[in-house]
Write a protein that binds this ligand. Structure first.
Ligand code: FAD
Length: 468
């Protein structure tokens, strides 16, 4: 019976923060609208103590909990199942910046802080929090860490994991682990922080984090290059790394069809290098200033033109132009959504294997599914591609997906595996890729993961059915 549990939850957070009626789709439907669940209640605690009280109430009543931040995850991890028995734990009210230590270059924030709020709090102190992704206006630090989010600057600063020095976590038993360390060195036993980062809400509830900050660069500058082949894009990456070193903060690639979709659905956006088979976006951060950054970019692109790696290039003339170029890149997922349902793959490969992978996977897909439209873009500098497929023109997308999604996935993931890659680079496992994990992870790795889950959540109440 849910009555006693609901009463215990109301005692924990106040009756007005336990929502059981009305339209709950903001919490029950995932961002891609592929997973819709039914929650027993949406519970909105205000602080760590209330989160712990909620977890203890759920544990006492044997009720499962689904933690949720901004609900921007792309693998169905943040929504409940359809049983109507799971408690949706929304962390959005844990939204305080707790501290900024300028000398230590750290910021401590509640887990429900929106990523953009954290970036702005750092910038207000003349500092940089470099995690950046298109969902930054609504995703939360807790969700970023729970999914080990990547984004556009991984090449220079690493994933969310590398940007996190400490965590505060509510365990499955409702205890609070205060691991909010601002230490860059601490070898005192197993790394509990790294266990919770990337665990997608299945091992504990992240309630706060201490994050690494960096000095704000004196200048940031963006350029585009037009390449004829993926092999040229990879060679350009090597040249840019050699010339710019740690100054190269982003290296994104966009296939022609991906940008054609942007042009179709957002015709007001610029088309800087029309017709390029591959458009590369390079981002540079410079400690010395704009003139220095521009000179470095111009020398790099002249060399690339001379070496035949690019056929054309542009350097943004202003911050507004840089934003416009990034906006093109960030509009690709939205343009794809406008075009209709599609099959997404968020894959990682050794950079050196990407040209061969793309050539082989493209050919195999087009042979098996003639007319399929391949949308290829992503963080090439990190070896991470969003290698997606849109149904052939004129074919009803849902019917195509229902008939062919499993075969498309098998073909793509087999090719990824053959090239030593990962079938989930950034977005995690959630519900969407759980079966893939079981099939593709080694039995030893799966056994270790199950043992960790059993040790930390023996009642299996934290986000059951996700990841494992
Ligand atoms: P949610 O979606 O709410 O949750 C995600 C998972 O984390 C769920 O399993 C949930 O249970 C768990 N969780 C959430 N909060 C907590 C917590 N406090 N404690 C424990 N578990 C928790 N991802 C990238 O990595 N790189 C990108 O470039 C990128 N770009 C994106 C662009 C768009 C337009 C969109 C919509 C998404 C993008 N994503 C990207 C995916 C998504 O934004 C990230 O996964 C993000 O980190 C999720 O944060 P969230 O707060 O929305 O988490």
């Amino acid at each position: 019976m849910s009555g006693p549990l609901l009463n215990a939850l109301r005692d924990a957070v106040g009756a007005d923060q336990v929502i059981t009626e009305g339209d709950l789709s903001a919490w029950e439907l995932d961002w891609r609208k592929r997973f819709r669940g039914k929650a027993l209640a949406v519970v909105r605690p205000a602080d760590t103590a209330q989160v712990a009280a909620v977890v203890r109430a759920c544990a006492a009543h044997g009720a499962a909990l689904v933690p949720q931040g901004g609900n921007t995850g792309l693998v169905g991890g943040s929504v409940p199942d359809t049983s109507g028995t799971q408690v949706l734990l929304s962390l959005g009210r844990l939204n305080r910046i707790r501290a900024i230590d300028k000398a230590n270059l750290t910021l401590t924030a509640d887990a429900g802080c929106v990523l953009q709020t954290v970036q702005e709090a750092a910038a207000a102190q003349g500092l940089l929090f470099p995690l950046s992704l298109a969902a930054e206006g609504s995703c939360t630090i807790g969700g970023n860490l729970a999914t080990n989010a990547g984004g556009t600057q991984v090449l220079r600063y690493g994933n969310a994991r590398e940007l996190c020095l400490g965590l505060e976590v509510v365990t499955a038993a409702g205890e609070v682990w205060d691991g909010l360390s601002g230490l860059r060195k601490d070898n005192t036993g197993y790394d509990l922080r790294d266990l919770f980062v990337g665990s997608e809400g299945t091992l504990g509830i992240i309630t706060a984090a201490t994050l690494k900050l960096y000095p704000l660069p004196a200048a940031e500058m963006t350029a585009l290059g037009a390449c004829d082949s993926m092999a040229q894009c990879v060679q350009l990456l090597g040249l840019a790394q050699a010339r710019l070193g740690a100054g190269l903060t982003g290296f994104e690639v966009m296939g022609r069809f991906a940008l054609d979709l942007v042009a179709k659905h957002f015709p007001q956006l610029p088309k800087p290098l029309p017709g390029a088979a591959w458009t590369v976006l390079l981002e540079q951060s410079d400690g010395e200033g704009e003139q220095h950054a521009r000179a470095l970019f111009e020398a790099l692109l002249e060399q690339a033109l001379e070496d035949g790696l690019v056929s054309d290039a542009v350097v943004a003339e202003s911050v507004a132009q840089s934003h416009a170029l990034w906006h093109l890149r960030e509009s690709i997922p939205l343009a794809q959504a406008e075009e209709g349902l599609n099959i997404k793959h968020d894959i990682a490969l050794p950079v050196s294997r990407i040209p061969a992978f793309v050539e082989q996977a493209d050919a195999a897909l087009l042979e098996r599914f003639p007319g399929a439209r391949l949308v290829n873009f992503g963080h090439l500098g990190d070896g991470n591609l969003h290698y997606n497929l849109q149904a052939p023109e004129g074919v009803v997308a849902d019917e195509f997906l229902a008939a062919h999604e499993a075969a498309v996935n098998a073909l793509v993931y087999d090719a990824v595996q053959a090239h030593g890659g990962s079938f989930s680079a950034e977005h995690g496992i959630g519900s969407l890729k759980r079966e893939e994990l079981v099939q593709r992870k080694s039995p030893v790795a799966l056994g270790l993961m199950r043992a960790i889950k059993q040790a930390l959540d023996p009642q299996r109440l934290l986000n059951p059915g996700k990841v494992l």
